[in-house]
Design a protein. Structure first.
Length: 175
């Protein structure tokens, strides 16, 4: 009799347990799917906001790098009557100011792109200081400018162009 009663109870309880776990799995799968839909719906909105900001950051950093090339920075900085020392100070100051003005753009680009941009700035300033230190104290600014342009033209690897190329390739990846 007990066995028959246990069997009768199991006839009702066992299907209820199976039904409970089946419904639970279906509800959990549904909730997970809804969460995925919700997060996917938020990403296009975020992309619509951040993509223009990222592209603007790339534009600004490429402009920074272009303005940092010797021809550009010498054109803006070289003044009549400057000594080589005056030009050295003016060039390094102009490059640092340009760089500092755009330092916040690093949050929108890759760490590699930023590292190459920073490296280009540092290598150009190092080049300016090295050439200036090798010149006579009475050298003119035109002598320094000429030596900078000649040395820059003889570089095997142009750090500014390497940074520009990296930033352009990153833009191509995000578009």
């Amino acid at each position: 009799m007990v066995l028959a009663l246990t069997f009768e109870v199991l006839k009702f309880v066992l299907p209820a347990i199976v039904l409970f776990f089946t419904v639970r799995l279906i509800v959990l799968a549904y909730l997970e799917n809804e969460e995925l839909k919700r997060s996917a719906a938020g990403k296009p909105q975020l992309s619509q906001i951040t993509l223009p900001l990222r592209l603007q950051a790339y534009e600004r950093l490429i402009l920074l790098l272009e303005r940092m090339t010797p021809g550009q920075v010498l054109h803006r900085t070289l003044q009549p009557g400057m000594t080589a020392f005056d030009l050295q100070i003016a060039l390094t100051q102009a490059i640092r100011e340009e760089f500092d003005h755009n330092v916040t753009q690093q949050i929108y680009i890759s760490s590699t792109g930023w590292a190459l941009t920073k490296k280009a700035k540092e290598e150009f300033i190092l080049l300016i200081n090295k050439i200036a230190s090798e010149m006579n104290s009475d050298a003119s600014s035109h002598d320094l400018a000429k030596n900078i342009l000649e040395t820059w033209g003889q570089l095997e690897e142009n750090p500014v162009q390497a940074a520009i190329d990296k930033l352009k390739s990153e833009v191509e990846e995000i578009l």
